[in-house]
Design a binder for this molecule. Sequence first.
Ligand code: NAD
Ligand code: ZN
Ligand code: ZN
Length: 388
Amino acid sequence: MKAAVFHAPGKITCDTVEDPKIEDQNDIILKVTSTAICGSDLHMYSGGMPQLKPMVMGHEFMGIVEDVGKNITHIQVGDRVVVPFPIACGGCYFCEHDLPSACENSNTDHYGPEGGILTEKGGGMFGYTDLYGGYSGGQAQYVRVPYANFGPRKVPENLTDEQVLFLTDIFPTGYTGVMWGDLKGGETVAIFGAGPVGSMSVKSAILHNAKKVIVIDTLQYRLDQIKKLTGCETILWESAQQTVEEIRNLTDGRGADLCIDAVGFEPERNLLDKAKAVLNFEKGSIKVLEACMSGVRRGGFVSVLGVYPVNYDNFRLGQIFDKGITMKAGQSPVHAIINKLLKYVETGQVTLDDIITHRLSLDEVAKGYEIFHKKEDGCVKVVLDPWI
Ligand code: NAD
Ligand code: ZN
Ligand code: ZN
C-alpha cells in the first residue's frame, strides 16, 4: 500500500510499504478514506520530536472498516468510522476515568530514568514516534487500529468525510482547551494561535457562549481566515508586551478570563537535519505560555494545548501563585467527548471543514508537509486522499 513515511526531519515521502494485518483480536484494519496533517506532525518534521527509524505518519484519519479481529463486537466490516488520535484500551484505570490519552496499555515508559524528562508509562498515539508506542499511523491507504471496540465511532452517511474528519483530533483538542476554562457564558477568551487547533478553540468558545473571543497570531492571513469565519477579534503578535497590552485594552484592564495556548514550544525552525534534531530540545522558547500567564486575569484559567516536550527553567511559578491562576495542560481526552462533539456537527451547531485550505493526494504528501510547515500558499489545513 501507499503510505507517508517519516525518514528524517524534513523528509516525509509517499512510499510503498507492507499492508497492515490484524495482530490482536481487538484490532481492526481500516481502509483510510481521508486523513489530515496535524501541527503535532510538524514537531517530528522539524526534528523537535525525535524519531530515529522510519515510521508511517498520521493520527487524524477516518475510513471504512476492512477487516475485524474476533473480539470486535461494536463495529463491523463496511462501517464508516472516525478514529480518536490517542490509542486507548477502554478498560484500565485511566480509560475508566475519562483519561484515554493516559491509557496504561497503549505504551511503555517514555524515557528511562537517565532521560529524566518523562518517566510514567502510558499514552500511545498513531504515527507519533517510538516515544508514543511506535504505532504506524493513518496517512496511508490502510491502518491497523488497536482496541477497536473502544476507539472508532460510526458517523452518519449524510455527513461528508471533511465534515467529520476533525473529530479525530483538532475539534476535541480545541474544545478541551475551552472545557478546562470552566466557562459559564459571557466570558472573554484569548486564544494564542490561529492554526487548526486555535481555530477549533474559537469555534468551541462560541459554543460555550463566550462574549468576546480574541485570537492572536504572527501570521495575518491566518487571523484574516478565522475572523472571516467567526467574527472574532484579532491581534497580530509583534511582541509579548504589545500583545498583552492589547488584551488588557480589550478587557477593561483586567485580562482575559481564559487564555488558551494553541501554539506550544517553538523550536528553532531551521533544524531540519538529523544531527541537530535531538539537540533542539534545548533551543526555542515558551514566550507564548508566558504571555498567557500575563494576559489572563487574576483568578483566571490557562489551558495549554500546544505541545511542550521539555522541561524549562525559570518557569513563572511566582506569577501563577500571585494571580491564583488555574492551569491545565496535555492531550485531549478525545474518547470521553467525541460523541457529544459529533452531535454538534450533526445538528449544524458547528462547522469544521471551513478551515481546510489544501486538498492533496497522498502522493503529494511531501508538498503538503512543506507548505504547512513553512506556512506558505495561505496554508492552514491540509487534507490528503490516499486513493486519488
Ligand atoms: P500550527 O503550527 O498550524 O499552528 C500554530 C500557530 O501558532 C501558527 O498559526 C503560528 O503562526 C502561530 N504562532 C507562532 N508563534 C506565535 C506567537 N508568538 N503568538 C501567536 N501565535 C503564534 O499547528 P496546529 O495544528 O494548530 O497545532 C498547534 C499546537 O497544538 C501544536 O503544538 C500541536 O502539536 C498541538 N496539538 C495538541 C493537541 C493536544 O491534544 N493537546 C492536539 C493537536 C495538536
Ligand atoms: Zn494532532
Ligand atoms: Zn486504557
